[in-house]
Design a protein around this ligand. Structure first.
Ligand code: CO
Length: 170
């Protein structure tokens, strides 16, 4: 059974550290992945990285509500092209948003929970979510790479899915 983990906020030093590679693909990893999935959906986020629950390991979960659920261990962006600006929010940075330049198309190599290697190609908002989450593994928040802060309520509804990144206070 999965449990909710506490999402840490931007002032926590753990969010600004790098993350270590996962080498053991056992029950501890599986439990963490299950908990991260539960925590992401509970917070209505489109992605969550392990450092956000206080664990500096290279693990992310993603669901952009269009391509289904992905869990990735040791993800690496091995190819990228294009650049576009988009609005981002983060569960660890509630109430703030920013315009962030990201690659339009990316190729990600990663391992699944059993250690098997996979490759995924993503574009647009889907690719943006992976870039945001993988940044977390390097201690980078969107606020570190945004070119402009935006006020949440000032944005038109052109990209409604982004709302799911917004942190919610319980
Ligand atoms: Co985030």
């Amino acid at each position: 059974m999965a449990n909710l983990r506490r999402i840490i906020m931007e002032d926590d030093p753990l969010l600004h550290l790098g993350s270590v590679e996962v080498k053991r693909f056992g029950s501890t990893l599986h439990k963490l992945l299950d908990d991260m999935k539960e925590t992401m959906y509970h917070a209505d986020g489109v992605g969550l990285a392990a450092p956000q629950v206080g664990i500096n390991k290279q693990i992310i979960v993603v669901d952009d509500r269009e391509h289904g659920f992905y869990e990735m261990v040791n993800p690496r962006i091995v190819q990228e092209s294009g650049v576009e600006l988009g609005i981002e929010f983060c569960l660890s940075v509630p109430g703030r948003g920013g315009k962030v330049p990201r690659a339009t198309e990316i190729t990600v190599e990663y391992q699944d929970r059993y250690g098997a290697p996979h490759t995924l190609e993503a574009s647009g908002f889907f690719a943006r979510v992976f870039q945001h989450e993988i940044d977390h593994l390097n201690g980078i928040l969107f606020t570190d790479v945004m070119i402009e802060e935006v006020r949440e309520q000032a944005e038109p509804a052109e990209e409604p899915r982004r709302k799911r990144i917004v942190g919610r206070k319980k």
